[in-house]
Design a protein around this ligand. Structure first.
Ligand SMILES: Nc1nc2c(ncn2[C@@H]2O[C@H](COP(=O)(O)OP(=O)(O)O)[C@@H](O)[C@H]2O)c(=O)[nH]1
Ligand SMILES: [Mg+2]
Length: 447
């Protein structure tokens, strides 16, 4: 996700590995490099300065342990500081009050309308009893209302709109009346955005806010815009006092700048993150998990969550046992791959595993999976168990039997071996983290 920054930070850490102690000198060099890496990732200038200042203070303040190596200490401090800058803890959504209003604001194209539906679906999952109403207050573009209506239909949440109305305040008032008379608990209000900050738009939002008295005014920020999102966030906060931010487009070419700077500049928590176009692609923002991803530790928390939602636990336990005994076969590979397929894009999962940030070249489309399945099913039991060698003759037979080329078989075998190797490493995750001096962090994850 934050490839460039991750690589740069890792090289800073690698540079510290040889040092016996942390000195003012080697620290100042590492700190300088961290600062440059942050600026390169489009982190706000002041924020980057403050960040390295705090890291330096901690390192030189002697709050670090003498028993761990300097490089490890430094990584740990940078990780802690990154998490702190993004709010340290997950921030809850405020749904108190008889009718809780959530207003989404932000520039056009930042993902407001989509996020209204994603958020509603998230609320349904966490509290199915809440009666929700989506309110179409983006009247700038007629298409915006249609878009919200379609999204509402897809998640079976009603959408309030007034055809032909051009004043969003009026729509908001009518929606509130309806919410009161029909007993809705949550109103999620979609608002208009412009391409740039705009006085009229801000005025409109201010009026809407003073009428609706929302529990939450959430700023929706496109994370691919880096520092621009920070400036906009600050302005929205100044005008309508946001209660938090939702970062979107984190599945794309997101720049760490927005994630690291927005909370620091607005002092309002990052509440959710959008990681795709689908309704389910919204998750609670977890500062530590984001710090992991920035440092390339892999996203342990989200991986575990996602795995829990989608994995067949029994099957997975069996696989784990097999891996320990190193008896992972082609059949297991097929099972594993079909589970991974259920979990979403293979690449995005691999990227979440520690050390796998650069594991990019493994294609895994539906079609590829079909081929994989055909090839493995064309293998004899002893071939699948790896008790006989896959000679060229055997590979040719498998290719003919499954209607693919020998090259495909070769690639499949290579893929199998890589994944086997990769999975073998996974049970060592904890040990590895401890070696790196990250034991406490790992304990935190479990809690
Ligand atoms: N990849 C990706 N696309 C998103 C995400 N959130 C929204 N989108 C897409 O971004 C585009 C603009 O979103 P929209 O909700 O219409 O933005 P709005 O103008 O702020 O209301 C749409 O095509 C969405 O499907 C996200 O987290 N990831
Ligand atoms: Mg919209």
């Amino acid at each position: 996700m934050f490839h460039a920054l991750t690589e740069k930070l890792q090289s800073v850490f690698a540079g510290l590995r040889g040092n016996k102690t942390l000195s003012e000198e080697n620290i100042s060099d590492a700190v300088r490099q961290v600062r440059l890496a942050l600026l390169d990732a489009d982190v706000n200038f002041t924020v980057a300065g403050e960040f390295v200042k705090r890291v330096k203070e901690k390192v030189l303040g002697g709050t670090v342990l003498k028993t761990v190596s300097p490089g490890q200490q430094f990584i740990k401090l940078v990780h802690e500081e990154l998490a702190d800058f993004m709010g340290a803890e997950e921030a809850a959504l405020d749904l108190k009050g008889k009718i809780s209003v959530i207003m989404l604001c932000g520039l056009q194209g930042s993902g407001k309308t989509t996020t209204c539906a994603k958020l509603s679906s998230w609320i349904t999952k966490t509290d199915p009893h809440k009666r929700q109403l989506l309110v179409a207050c983006d009247l700038q573009r007629p298409a915006a209302i249609d878009q919200l209506q379609k999204l509402g239909q897809s998640i079976q949440v009603p959408v309030f709109m007034i055809p032909g109305e051009s004043n969003p305040i009026k729509v908001a008032k009518k929606a509130m009346e309806m919410a009161k008379s029909e007993g809705f608990d949550v109103l999620i209000v979609d608002t208009a955005g412009r391409l740039h900050l705009d006085q009229d738009l801000m005025q409109e939002l201010e009026e809407m806010k003073s009428f609706l008295e929302p529990r939450e005014v959430l700023f929706v920020a496109n994370a691919t815009t880096g520092q621009d999102a920070v400036r906009t966030a600050a302005e929205f906060d100044r005008r309508v006092q946001i209660t938090g931010t939702i970062l979107t487009m984190l599945d794309g070419n997101a720049r760490a700048g927005a994630a690291i700077s927005i909370r620091e500049v607005t002092k309002k928590p990052l509440k959710f993150e959008g990681v795709g176009e689908k309704i389910g692609d919204l998750q609670v923002f977890n500062p530590r998990s984001m710090a992991d991803r920035i440092l390339g530790f892999g996203d342990v928390i989200n991986l575990v969550k996602k795995a829990q939602e989608n994995f067949d636990e029994k099957q997975n336990d069996e696989l784990e046992k097999k891996l320990r005994k190193a008896s992972f076969t082609y059949e297991d590979y097929l099972k594993q791959m079909s589970m991974v397929k259920k979990m979403g894009s293979f690449k995005s999962i691999l990227k979440m595993l520690p050390g796998m940030g650069s594991f990019n070249d493994l294609d895994f489309s539906e079609k590829e999976f079909g081929k994989l399945e055909a090839m493995i099913l064309s293998m004899t039991p002893s071939e699948r168990q790896e008790t006989v060698e896959l000679t060229h003759l055997r590979r040719k037979r498998i290719a003919t039997g499954s209607g693919v080329q020998v090259d495909d078989v070769n690639r499949m075998v290579k893929g199998f071996k890589r994944v086997k190797q990769l999975l073998k490493g996974m049970p060592n995750l904890k040990a590895q983290a401890q070696k790196m001096g990250l034991k406490d962090m790992m304990n935190d994850y479990r809690g």
